[in-house]
Design a protein. Sequence first.
Length: 393
Amino acid sequence: AEPGKTVQVEQTRIQHLEGHQQQLNDRVSRYQQELQGMGTQALEEEIGSIRNQLSEVDNEVAELGQQLQATQQQISQSREHNENIVEALNGSRSDLQSQQGRLSSLEALQEDALGKGESAVSDWLDQNGLKDAKRLAETLDVEQRWQTAVETVLGFHLQAVSVDEAGNLGQALAGLDKGAIGIIERGAVKNSSTRDLATSLAQFVRSDWSLDSLLAGIYTADSIDQALSLRGQLQAHESIVTAEGVWLGPNWMRMTRNTDEQAGVLQREAEIRDTEKRIAELTARVDDLQQQLDAGRDALHAHERSRDETQASLDAANRQHAEYKSTLGSRETALEQMRSRSQQIETQLGELHGQLEQDSSAVQEARARLQEAEAAAAKLDAERAQLQQRRDI
């Protein structure tokens, strides 16, 4: 090829290669700017911060979950405790109602047995300020074995009312038109000594009232045979009684078997006292159980409020956890995409640098060929000039 044409070809090639190099350098510059603008460090720091926050929320969720479980257990225990108290309370109330009903029945029977139902007697007692006075039977505490004996001996006296001074009622007794009434003074009676013949009946009776005038000289025997053996030693004012109610005097005997409501007055009075005591115990028990139930319900409500508050906190923590989890996922995805893009750019840059090196080598080779062509063209021009000079000569 002619050197001149070769020069033009190589110059065109060099211009093309340099233009291509410029394009490659522009692409390299854009890729490098994109890499610099990615800022993976800031994103990595943000991801680290989110992970720390997520870990804290995880711990909070676990702690709140344990608190909620413990509170639920407390609620279950409180409910079971309250149910047991309710069961015990209902049982005690039922027992209390039963005892109150029994007491009402016993008191009704006792009122009839003690003559409290007689209107004429009640009116007389009311008129003389003795309406609330206790009857003798209501004040006695008799050993159970000797109750029948005491009832046999005291008889109608069990209905007697107690007063401090009976003398001022003497005239008033005449105003009783119907019925029967007994009056007994509280004070002790003089000259009421008892011999050592046998155990006196008074030793089996406890009372705030003086019973000397009613029980003095009355002895006890463990059997009818013992009573009969002692009968001959009795003085005119003395007597002896068995636990079954067989009552013997020096020259008389008596046996009473009451079949009406007057029978068992002392036993019934003892039952009334036991029932009243049981009612008092049950009333205290009911009150105590009610207080326990009220306290248990308050505790249950407190546990339920604590559960609701803990549940609300747990729900909020779970929502926060979900938000952090979502944010972390998006940030990690962005970081992964950024790293993937960075790798792509690095690959592209590597390829561009390779192309630039190839273009640079091609430019160098083209320049070398250009120089050779230019030198050849110059030589050719010189030769042509010499030939022309020769022709001109």
